[in-house]
Design a protein around this ligand. Structure first.
Ligand code: TXA
Ligand code: MG
Length: 309
């Protein structure tokens, strides 16, 4: 990445523009988190309903603490262990963050990403950056700059290309704003990882209704256009048409071999779905992964992408 590109992106953010930015999880659609009008454009361009709060990205723990009204017990330990990295912590927010960022909630999701481009950009802009995944609402998240271009064309002020995302699925979201920690969205940082650091149980959120779901909690989120079916026991339904079968033991031409470890699978998942989606298939079959804690993030995204979602 060239210096001038980062400076131009920082200027665009400070002036209220939108920049697609690489992170280690997925590409984000970034705006100055302290500028309500810039954030309104994020919702508009994405086609995202106003009741879905955005994650605010920071370049340091100090910046995060400056945005939190309370720094809950456990936040320091989680930040020390998982930041920079794919963990978002929901904490009580300060008034400096406009209501539109948090969909009117008095909490804010904060994340210090592990990607040099995003962190350096925030540092140069000098403001925290609100960024949902850089896809249209309900679409698949982007893990390359080309995915972002395909979704938005010229609708953004700038797209920074930082190469393919290393983690590949969105951050784990944990709320520390209530009496007990709650896992709002599973990811590569697992519930057991969180419990080990916090030294206490983390409850898994049930389906959230009403005004403050994790956006990940809308049904049929993260979907390709092509219908996705989870196929158990290796039994494909009859009347197949053209399809691709994503499984760990793939052999045939219409099958795609997927990695058998969760981290590699997550890294390749959206790329594989984007590619399958571009082939005009009738459907995509996916073998469901093991039902263990380390696969929870991948399983969650597959379930939401699928018709069973
Ligand atoms: O990995 C990621 O988290 C990516 C990259 C760009 O950082 N961002 C991302 O943003 O996935 P988005 O908007 O697609 O998902 C944000 C998630 C949603 O599930 C949302 O509900 C949750 O974070 N969230 C944000 N603020 C919240 C809050 N105050 N209370 C509860 N959930 C919140
Ligand atoms: Mg998203």
């Amino acid at each position: 990445m060239r210096e001038e590109e980062l400076d131009r992106a920082a200027t665009i953010l400070r002036c209220g523009g939108l920049v697609a930015i690489p992170t280690e999880t997925v590409y984000g659609l970034g705006a100055n988190a302290l500028d309500a009008r810039a954030v309104a454009r994020v919702y508009e361009v994405k086609g995202r309903p106003a009741e879905s709060p955005l994650i605010v990205h920071v370049c340091s723990v100090e910046m995060a603490r400056g945005l939190a009204r309370v720094w809950p017990e456990g936040a320091g330990a989680l930040a020390a262990r998982f930041w920079p990295g794919p963990l978002t912590m929901v904490v009580p927010k300060r008034e400096v963050i406009p209501d539109i960022v948090t969909a009117g909630l008095d909490t804010v999701g904060l994340r210090l990403p592990a990607h040099a481009v995003m962190v350096e950009l925030i540092r140069r802009a000098g403001v925290p950056v609100a960024a949902p995944s850089a896809n249209r609402f309900t679409g698949l998240s982007p893990t390359t700059a080309d995915h972002v271009r395909a979704a938005f064309g010229d609708a953004l002020d700038m797209i920074l290309d930082g190469g393919p995302c290393e983690v590949g699925i969105e951050s784990t979201v944990v709320s520390l704003a209530g009496a007990e920690p709650v896992l709002l969205r599973p990811g590569i940082v697992t519930r057991e990882d969180l419990e080990a650091v916090l030294g206490r149980q983390v409850r898994v959120a049930g389906k959230v209704e009403g005004a403050h779901p994790s956006p990940g909690m809308h049904e049929r989120h993260y979907s390709p256009r092509t219908p996705v079916f989870l196929v158990r026991d290796g039994r494909l339904p009859p009347g197949r048409g053209a399809y691709l079968w994503m499984r760990t033991s793939a052999r045939a031409e219409y099958e795609q071999r997927m990695p058998s470890d969760a981290a590699s699978y997550a890294r390749g998942l959206y790329g594989a779905l984007h590619a399958a989606d571009a082939r005009n298939l009738d459907w995509i079959a996916v073998e469901p992964p093991p039902e263990t804690d380390e696969w929870a993030g991948v399983s969650d995204r597959l379930r939401r992408a699928s018709c069973a979602g």
